[in-house]
Design a protein around this ligand. Structure first.
Ligand SMILES: Cc1cc2nc3c(=O)[nH]c(=O)nc-3n(C[C@H](O)[C@H](O)[C@H](O)COP(=O)(O)O)c2cc1C
Length: 324
């Protein structure tokens, strides 16, 4: 079973992915945050950097797109294959953000199953046309949820996914309404796992894996998963994938080294102090669950108003906190 680093817009930058792979490793794939398709079939600078090979050297990166247009999706898949050589592209059918949903993208598709059906059917047609023209078509995987409003919607979603089988489907077993909170619904996941596996689709579990024991519980119940995908758990404990594979938990020194490498990377890349601090403080909020017993140190780190004060407070925080 493999372990994938989940895509997280604003968090899993190429710098974080590269640093994670170099310091901790343990992840078989990293996913880019979503690239939103447009009529011009163009990517902005951030998206270009996200898929650039030099920025992702040594990583198995899977680019992710989000769209409500089968034609645009096929064109991006072609671009990512022909220009950048990617052999897998992931489609986001799960993002819960209001602006995304309003455009009928991400989990917006789950609110309108007929649109989802038409989108996936249209995508297959567009990709078949490109294939007939001699374009090398990468494998297409999907990342989705169990419903929009209600977990019962997973039955219809599964039927649609079975009618247009992707090579692999990642399921985050929450509805859009739940965003990233509340209980994951493992019974709905079990249904999707059984039904899609019977169609030859590989299944990836995603949601709330924070410790190796969480992963064990999932793999005991679902022994034929292709992989588990982890997001917040890996931002808190960057050694989590390594630990699941039998390696050591991060030491304070290792954690400090990792965070300093990211900080130094942002200093070089961003240059503007406030923006660097904002990026690092976002990451600190995710790292908090790995540490305990040093609320004061955490507050000091978050209050730091210069990069060098932040560096000192961060190193002190890591050294003086208990590793959870
Ligand atoms: C800040 C943030 C940004 C995210 N960005 C994306 C994204 O770009 N694409 C995507 O498919 N999922 C995105 N997600 C969802 C995560 O990939 C993942 O499904 C979610 O965090 C649940 O997994 P976890 O419990 O392991 O964190 C994002 C989640 C968060 C919290």
């Amino acid at each position: 079973m493999e372990i994938y680093f989940a895509p997280m817009e604003g968090m899993t930058s190429p710098l974080l992915r590269r640093t994670h792979a170099a310091v901790f490793g343990g992840c078989d794939k990293y996913y880019s945050p979503f690239i939103s398709t447009n009529e011009a079939i163009s990517m902005n600078n951030k998206e270009l950097e996200d898929v650039d090979h030099d920025q992702n050297s040594g990583l198995n990166l899977i680019p992710q797109i989000i769209s409500n247009s089968a034609y645009q999706s096929a064109m991006y898949i072609k671009l990512l294959s022909e220009k950048y050589g990617y052999e897998e592209v992931n489609i986001n059918l799960g993002c819960p953000s209001g602006t995304v949903v309003a455009k009928g993208k991400g989990s917006g598709m789950l609110r309108d199953p007929d649109a989802m059906d038409a989108y996936l059917g249209g995508l297959k047609e567009e990709l078949d046309k490109l294939s007939d023209e001699g374009v090398k078509i990468p494998k297409v995987s999907i990342k989705t949820r169990i419903g929009f409003y209600d977990p019962g919607e997973h039955i219809r979603i599964t039927q649609i996914l079975k009618a247009h089988p992707a090579f692999q489907v990642t399921v985050h077993p929450r509805t859009r309404k739940q965003m990233y909170g509340g209980e994951v619904n493992l019974d709905a996941f079990a249904h999707m796992y059984d039904e899609l596996k019977s169609e030859g689709v590989g299944i990836v579990y995603n949601g709330d894996i924070k410790r190796p024991e969480d992963c064990e519980r999932i793999t005991e119940r679902f022994p034929d998963l292709d992989a588990v995908m982890i997001g917040r758990g890996l931002l808190a404990d960057p050694s989590l994938a390594r630990r699941i594979k039998g390696g050591e938990k991060a030491s304070a020194n290792e954690y400090s080294d990792y965070m300093e490498k990211i900080l130094d990377g942002y200093i070089l890349k961003i240059g503007v102090e406030n923006f660097i601090l904002a990026k690092m403080k976002d990451l600190c909020n995710f790292m908090k669950p790995f540490f305990s017993g040093n609320e004061k140190g955490f507050k000091e780190m978050c209050k730091a108003d210069s990069v060098e004060t932040f560096r000192v407070c961060m190193k002190q925080y890591i050294r003086n906190s208990k590793i959870y």
